[in-house]
Ligand binder design. Structure first.
Ligand code: ZN
Length: 251
C-alpha cells in the first residue's frame, strides 16, 4: 500500500501492527559519470520491486530524497540537510507515525551518509518512548542486509558498496542508461582505509578527486539486474520478518 494513495479514513482502518516503511535517500554527486539523483533512483527501483510482494501487508511512505550529504558538498549540485536538522526530521517523522498509532517503523536506506543519523534517530526515539514494550524501530540499508551478489554473479568484482562504483553504475545502466556518462574510461579508486576498523572522519575529497570510489569501468546492465534482484530479495525478506514479528519479544 502507498501512503500517498490512501485517504485518512482508510489509514484509520489499518491494523496498527502494519509495518510502515519510510525510504530515505539523497541527492549528491556521483562522480563524473552518474547523475545526482542516483541514490534516490536506485532506492526507488528497489522499493518498486518490493512493494507488490508485500501487497496490503506493509504501508510504504514516499521516499525522502534529501539526505545527510555534507561530506559531498565540495562537488557542485550536492544538496544536504544540515545533519542535526536531518536527525530531528527523522525523529519527527517517527513521532508522526507513532502518534497515528503505528508501532513497526522501518527506515529503508539507500545512502551511506544517512546510516549514522538514522541509527541515532531510532535509538533516540526508543529512549523517548522507553516505557513501551510494543515498538519495533529499524534501520535497513539495502546493501547491508546479508546479500552477496558476487556469489550470484561471479563476474562482479567489488565485494562491498562503494560510491558511483561497479555496483551503482551497473544498477543505473539497468534502469537509466541514458543518464550514465562514459564510465568505461573512468580510472578505479581503491576502497581502502589505512585505519580500518577504526572509524575516521572524512570529506569526500580526502578519498577521491573525481567523486567515485570503486571500479565503475567494470559495470554492466546485466550485473545491475543481479544486484537489484539480490537487494530487493533482502529488503522483502526483512519486511516479511517485520510482518511476522509477535509484537512483544526481542527474538
Ligand atoms: Zn550512491
Amino acid at each position: 500500500m502507498k501512503l500517498t494513495d490512501l485517504s485518512w479514513p482508510q489509514i484509520k482502518e489499518l491494523s496498527r501492527d502494519t509495518p510502515v516503511v519510510f525510504p530515505i535517500a539523497a541527492l549528491e554527486q556521483h562522480g563524473r559519470h552518474l547523475p545526482l539523483f542516483t541514490d534516490s533512483m536506485l532506492l526507488g527501483e528497489i522499493i518498486n520491486r518490493v512493494m507488490p510482494r508485500l501487497e496490503s501487508r506493509v504501508l510504504f511512505a514516499p521516499s525522502l530524497w534529501l539526505g545527510n550529504s555534507d561530506h559531498h558538498l565540495d562537488f557542485p549540485g550536492t544538496l544536504s540537510f544540515p545533519p542535526r536538522a536531518y536527525l530531528d526530521t527523522l525523529c519527527g517523522v517517527m513521532d508522526n507515525f507513532l502518534h497515528h498509532g503505528f508501532r513497526r517503523l522501518v527506515f529503508v536506506n539507500g545512502h551511506g551518509g544517512n546510516d549514522v543519523p538514522a541509527r541515532q534517530a531510532i535509538f533516540e526515539t526508543r529512549q523517548k518512548h522507553r516505557s513501551r514494550d510494543d515498538l519495533l524501530l529499524l534501520l535497513a540499508t539495502y546493501w547491508s542486509l546479508g546479500g552477496r551478489p558476487y556469489e550470484v554473479d561471479s563476474s562482479l568484482v567489488q565485494r562491498q558498496m562503494g560510491h558511483a562504483c561497479e555496483w551503482e553504475t551497473s544498477m543505473m545502466l539497468r534502469i537509466a542508461p541514458k543518464l550514465v556518462g562514459n564510465y568505461t574510461a573512468v580510472e578505479p579508486v581503491a576502497q581502502t582505509d589505512a585505519f580500518a576498523p577504526a572509524g575516521r572522519g572524512w570529506v569526500t575529497g580526502d578519498r577521491t578527486r573525481e567523486g567515485h570510489i570503486g571500479s565503475p569501468h567494470l559495470a554492466s546492465a546485466e550485473k545491475g539486474e543481479v544486484l537489484f534482484r539480490v537487494f530487493a530479495d533482502d529488503v522483502a525478506a526483512l519486511l516479511e520478518r517485520v510482518v511476522a514479528w509477535d509484537g512483544k519479544s526481542w527474538a
